[in-house]
Design a protein around this ligand. Structure first.
Ligand code: ADP
Ligand code: MG
Length: 353
């Protein structure tokens, strides 16, 4: 309402600021789990288990065998903008870790109930830690665990009433999105075993995803999608410019799928799953030229030198800016045109035989 007097400008309370900012990093279930999985990868884990209760609505947990967290860091672990991965802005140019803003754990604290159990190789036992909504350490006790870290989040969004309702209402959809994201990590991560389970009511936990931690993209595709789907794909490798390339697998032109496989099109930049609407559009468009009735499965990783892209665009780091987007798209178009014109020939030859 407009009042006659100029309203005074006051600071927003700290609690409110936490909630507002946290809601930008953690948009939904999949962005919450994504942050934890990325922390495990950053910690050098070779085994990551994601456990969900009621599709993640009641709680979710990420259990890893990474380096663990040393006791000196227990107090600052969940404070906003506290990170072990970045010191200063220039570091942003040369980042090789998934996390760097020091916002994930503090955001999860603000939006749910966070507990951490961790042990490094220097500790004889593990420690179980709880944090309050502002990221302060509230309890610390000894526990039993191998080296590594378990992070548990209960009641995500419970203190944001509107989002909490939306979360419950859309839980199946959120879960579907999460499984697709975990598939993305399962495809791209080499030498990391990824397991996801879900427990409903008093039932035994059911297996959602299980990979072996193989060493090649090919083997990962076979584990995630199976041999028959792998046989419908062909490898692509396109050179964009000095130091820039795209590698991956695409449906052969005669062997796509009838439905629009948003859940089977995966794009990565330097091993980081990202949303690339323009690339998606280009791949689908070129595939349509070779096969107008189907959609391609696509698993493509862009290798770009640091400095050629900026992942620091949105808080969830899914969006990416390319320094030279036009020439990347141009080179990709030319490369894909070649792929599909040559497989077209094979396809026709096969048909004639
Ligand atoms: P960021 O990943 O941007 O540094 P986070 O809030 O995600 O910020 O994590 C804060 C810090 O906690 C990390 O920098 C890291 O040192 C530590 N950490 C979080 N999760 C793990 C884990 N699973 N294993 C080891 N260390 C972790
Ligand atoms: Mg992180």
């Amino acid at each position: 309402a407009v009042t006659s007097a100029s309203p005074s400008i006051r600071p927003i309370s700290r609690g409110a600021v936490y909630k507002i900012c946290a809601g930008q990093v953690i948009l939904d279930l999949s962005s919450a789990v994504k942050e934890l999985v990325e922390n495990s990868l950053d910690a050098g884990a070779t085994s990551i288990e994601i456990a969900l209760k009621e599709y993640g609505e009641e709680w979710f947990q990420v259990i890893d065998n990474g380096c663990g967290i040393s006791p000196a860091n227990f107090k600052v672990l969940a404070l906003k903008h506290h990170t072990s991965k970045l010191n200063d802005f220039p570091d942003l140019q040369s980042l090789t870790t998934f996390g760097f803003r020091g916002e994930a754990l503090s955001s999860l604290c603000a939006l749910g109930n966070l507990t951490v159990e961790t042990r490094t190789k220097n500790e004889p036992v593990a420690t179980h830690l709880t944090y309050d909504h502002s990221g302060l350490l509230t309890s610390e006790k000894k526990s039993a665990r191998q080296v590594g870290t378990t992070v548990t989040v209960k009641n995500l969004f419970s203190n944001l009433p509107v989002r909490s309702k939306e979360f419950s209402r859309n839980i199946r959809k959120e879960y579907g999105k999460l499984v697709s994201l975990l598939n993305a990590y399962a495809l791209i991560s080499k030498g990391v075993r990824i397991v996801c389970t879900n427990t409903i009511g008093r039932n035994a936990k059911s297996m959602v995803l299980k990979t072996q931690g193989r060493d090649s993209l090919k083997d990962n595709i076979i584990t995630v999608f199976g041999m028959s789907i792998f046989n419908c794909l062909e490898p692509v490798s396109i050179c964009i410019s000095e130091g820039c390339k795209v590698d991956g697998y695409l449906s052969k032109s005669g062997q796509g799928s009838g439905r629009n496989l948003g859940d089977r099109q995966f794009f990565f930049v330097n091993g980081r799953p990202v949303d690339m609407p323009k690339v998606v559009k280009l791949v689908n468009e070129l595939y349509k030229g070779a096969n107008s009735k189907q959609y391609p499965i696509a698993i493509m990783n862009f290798t770009l030198p640091t400095g050629a892209c900026d992942v620091n665009v949105t808080p969830d780091k899914r969006k990416i800016f390319f320094a030279d987007e036009a020439s990347i798209l141009h080179a990709l178009r030319e490369g894909l045109q070649q792929v599909y014109s040559s497989t077209d020939v094979c396809y026709l030859v096969n048909k004639v035989e």
